[in-house]
Design a protein around this ligand. Sequence first.
Ligand code: C2O
Ligand code: CU
Length: 479
Amino acid sequence: MSINRRDFLKTGGLVLAGTALAGAWPRSAWSAPGARTREFRLRAELVKTDLGLGRPFTAWSYNGGPPGPEIRVTQGDMVRVVLENGLPEPTTIHWHGLPVPNAMDGVPGITQKPVPPGGSFVYEFPAEPAGTFIYHSHQGLQLDQGLYGALIVEPRRHGRGHDREYTLLLEDWATVDGGGPNATRRRPPSPMGGMMGGGMMGRGGGPPWEPVYDAYAVNGRAWPSVPPLMVKKGDRVKLRLCGAASATIFDLRLAGHALTVTHADGNPVQPVVTDVLRIGMGERYDVEFTADNPGYWLLGAYENGLGESGLKVPILYQGVKRSQPEPPDFPRGLRLATHESLQAAPGLERPGEADVAYRQVLSGGMHSSYWTINGRVYPDSDRLAVRQGQWVRLDYFNRSPMAHPMHLHGHFFRVMNPRLAPERWLTKDTVIVDPMRAVSIIFKADNPGNWFHHCHNLYHMEAGMADLVLYKSHKGEGT
Ligand code: C2O
Ligand code: CU
């Protein structure tokens, strides 16, 4: 993933930040006076891991993970992360969902030079707003090798409505040295593509198809070696669910309990009670349940469209002695929560009328292994020009047979679902666009820079499904 430098200079918005720039960033511009700085060190390196399955392989990790350590800060803190690259390749870190200053966004070739092996980089950004976020490498397919972790911003005021909480990173794994990018078994982009593109393994002939994953893990452990989440009868339990998988959408259900969705991509929603929650790559949902049904239960997942995924997380009540947890069943007629069934908690500024709108047709996977927006393959893709202060609408239409979790860097957007009444919207940063469906998002252009916008299926991103939102300079030269 790199962009032609000349192309960028033409746009007049080139930002290439080295380590020096991080130090030179005008702190006072965005750090509240008196904010305390929280410093973390993330060392990217190769490790032996086995997800608890007894088949060791080499994964890529931060600080010995996967996953990387949870970064937990308080709203208003300045976060300072020193990245040390102990990998054999260049790398960067992206703070997924947090609207950080552009130079801190961690996209190689767009917001910074990739950090070379042996090199380091200092990221600095304010922890704003509160919510559940993730961080991950934005270089190539490194996320699918294990380079991710959770980033939790706790609210300044602690009105905790729950008794205990767990962060769950939901992961898909090819348990071979080097992880997903080195998997030998790959699946065709779609059933159709498989028939038509037969024999083209997506190697040599184009970008790699996504792996056939052989393990699904939570926080780096796969069933049956996932340690149980302990609860006590009467507890209100909060789960921060993070879509850290590279190419898997999960439909989650907790046996014996309904789930109440409280936050989507870090933002509060009007609480919705559901049996099943759909979570895609890059999405986060906070859910709560009341521990009112003592036993030994499994939180399990269906992989959207493919049957039981193997992702299993045991939940054990204190004092209960049972050796086999009860799995969830998935009969017809369950309540399913997706972005379509949620709406933002009241109190948000109403989105304005769109000042500018761009159509984004998502396709690919039929005749080739490329994935496209408006028929174009990144970096030969659209530049979506915006001006600071504008309301910008993106109208997705998915003309392909697969779902695409679309992610915009640097901004939250409102999902304006045609199924929702016009006064209803949902604030997110990643939204699943289902096959043959339309979804519109609208965002306020309030964070100047050059921002990546792409499908969060890593293999689709690498195969071209990406473009750029570019702020026109105020002076207007060259734009
Ligand atoms: Cu989570 Cu462009 O990334
Ligand atoms: Cu996609």
